[in-house]
Design a protein around this ligand. Structure first.
Ligand SMILES: [Zn+2]
Length: 178
């Protein structure tokens, strides 16, 4: 496994930095997500390069368990925080980030980790080759007391999780019933 410190271009893809330069001081959620999303393909390419430094096999050929472990290591290596990846009910990927970098943004408006949400969307949609939905379930920056937790699934799945949470169901109930 590659243990070099992350070059900045990997930690934050060039496409994201270009968009961030133009941001006003109080960037809204949609702008931050779009900036993150724009870096998703570059992030996936960086992951493929990083991954093949130590292992010659293609990403597509990786067993799911290996992919999960390696992607979590990669995000951690990028400086995102203590990252874990898991799957549930075949249709949902969960990402947990302890000490999420984005909660440390000095001028953040503390409405959640929108750049990270966008980056995860761009990364996983590019990997899957079809549209996905991403939602931050719990945010340490909003006082959740745990890691920031993100869920990734089909847009319909994420919509139904969002609707379920709004009507008072628990996340576990919604995902178990899907
Ligand atoms: Zn967060």
């Amino acid at each position: 496994m590659n243990q070099r410190p992350p070059p900045g271009i990997v930690a934050m893809p060039r496409e994201v930095l270009h968009l961030l330069l133009d941001l006003p001081g109080e960037a809204d959620m949609e702008t931050l997500r779009a900036a993150g999303d724009a870096g998703g393909v570059a992030l996936l390419e960086a992951f493929a390069r990083w991954s093949s430094d130590g292992h010659a096999d293609d990403l597509a050929d990786l067993p799911v368990e290996d992919f999960r472990r390696r992607a979590a290591e990669f995000f951690q290596w990028c400086g995102w925080g203590d990252t874990s990846l898991s799957t549930r009910s075949d249709s949902v990927i969960e990402v947990g980030i302890g000490g999420c970098w984005e909660t440390a943004r000095k001028h953040s408006d503390q409405t959640g980790c929108h750049l990270t949400t966008g980056l995860l969307h761009g990364f996983f949609a590019a990997l899957a080759g079809y549209e996905l939905g991403v939602m931050e379930l719990e945010c340490a920056g909003l006082g959740s007391g745990g890691p920031c937790r993100f869920v990734i699934g089909t847009p319909e799945m994420v919509d139904s999780i969002y609707a379920g949470l709004n009507s008072g169901e628990s996340y576990d109930e919604i995902v178990a019933g899907s």
